[in-house]
Write a protein that binds this ligand. Structure first.
Ligand code: TXA
Ligand code: MG
Length: 329
């Protein structure tokens, strides 16, 4: 298959491109589209065969359910049971990087939910994503548009590294604004539970609700299959260091020698072949996955990554770094 890449900045192409993209989705095909977090690999969420295509394309285990993307609260109500409390969350945080896990309604193919009685729903804060969903006129199931276990793609180049020739179309709107995926929250019970830290700081949700969000990581592993260990990993080892730590004497670092790359918010703690220093946590979020792929491309043999502090977006960045650093099993 030849992948058609449409640059959204090119206004001429845009109207017809959305019509084409909508048609591809309606006909059971796959379209990669930008969101405010990362690029998504989209298919018609009501078409089991189309959704099967997502799993095949990503090489994703079929027990890991997908997020369904909607363009309105009303559209969410066609696939999930939305309580008045949940609606308040949607009204406050949508469009935006908050995914809500809710009781699923009949009619959603079980392949979307991996057979669970819940479905994850979100309304992305990106005009291109919203226009695509409207053009397709159906909720769009979409995981991040990377091959399974690879870093999530935050620009079209990263998408094509993993997906060229596998999808019909890529809508390229440049780099994404947030850079890490949405926050996933289980909202099926009276108390919210964090399943994956992400673009919306959990502290902001707690402030809005006036109640704590459960963060028990053990329950989390069981309830959200996608939060299993190794994930987001480049092909080279990633070694973590705490803020203020002076150096790491791990085998991967020693083996890398002068082909060690570094990223973090402080200056590199020693000689490296390539360093990316972020000026803020927001910049770290935007640059995280892109930098992992950059280091891989430039021939680095290992990555030394400084963890950010835990509150706010730092929690999501630290979570992705910890998973990226998990050793292959
Ligand atoms: O920002 C994002 O969320 C991006 C963009 C494309 O929207 N999408 C994304 O999708 O990160 P994915 O498939 O890479 O991650 C979805 C996460 C996984 O951890 C999955 O296990 C969890 O959501 N999830 C999906 N449905 C669930 C459900 N019914 N119950 C619990 N967890 C669920
Ligand atoms: Mg993913």
């Amino acid at each position: 298959m030849r992948t058609r890449v449409v640059k959204i900045a090119d206004v001429e192409a845009v109207e017809s491109a959305f019509a084409d993209a909508g048609r591809i989705i309606r006909n059971g095909g796959l379209v990669v589209f930008p969101t405010e977090t990362v690029y998504g690999l989209g298919a018609d969420a009501t078409n089991a065969e189309a959704v099967e295509g997502i799993y095949r394309c990503k090489g994703r285990p079929s027990d890991n359910p997908l997020i369904v993307h909607v363009a309105s609260v009303e559209q969410a109500e066609t696939i999930a049971r939305v309580s008045p409390e949940t609606k308040k969350l949607m009204q406050r945080f949508w469009p935006g990087p908050l995914t809500l896990v809710l009781p699923v309604l009949q009619g959603v193919p079980s392949i979307v939910t991996a057979g669970l009685s819940t479905v994850a729903v979100r309304m992305p804060d990106h005009e291109v994503a919203l226009r695509l969903i409207r053009a397709a006129d159906t909720p769009v199931a979409a995981p991040s548009a990377n091959r399974s276990t690879r870093p999530s793609p935050t620009d079209a180049q990263a998408v094509l590294e993993d997906m060229d020739g596998l999808v019909a179309m890529v809508l390229d709107a440049g780099p994404t604004a947030v850079g890490v995926e949405s926050t996933v929250v289980d909202a099926t019970g009276p108390c919210l539970a964090l399943l994956r830290p992400g673009g919306v700081p959990v502290e902001t949700i707690e402030e809005f609700r006036g109640a704590p969000v459960a963060k028990d990581s053990c329950a989390l592993e069981n309830r959200s299959p996608g939060t299993r260990r190794r994930h987001y990993a480049p092909s080279i080892p990633v070694v973590l260091m705490d803020p203020g730590e002076l150096w790491k004497n791990e085998p991967a670092i020693l083996e890398a020698g002068d082909m060690l790359a570094y990223m973090g918010m402080a200056d590199p703690p020693g000689p490296v072949c390539r360093a990316v220093v972020f000026q803020s946590v927001g910049e770290y979020g935007r640059g995280l996955f892109q930098t992992l792929r950059l280091f891989e491309r430039c021939g680095a043999k290992a990555v030394l990554a400084e963890l950010p502090g835990d509150p706010g977006l730092g929690r999501a960045i630290a979570d992705r770094l910890r998973r990226a650093s998990e050793k292959r099993r």
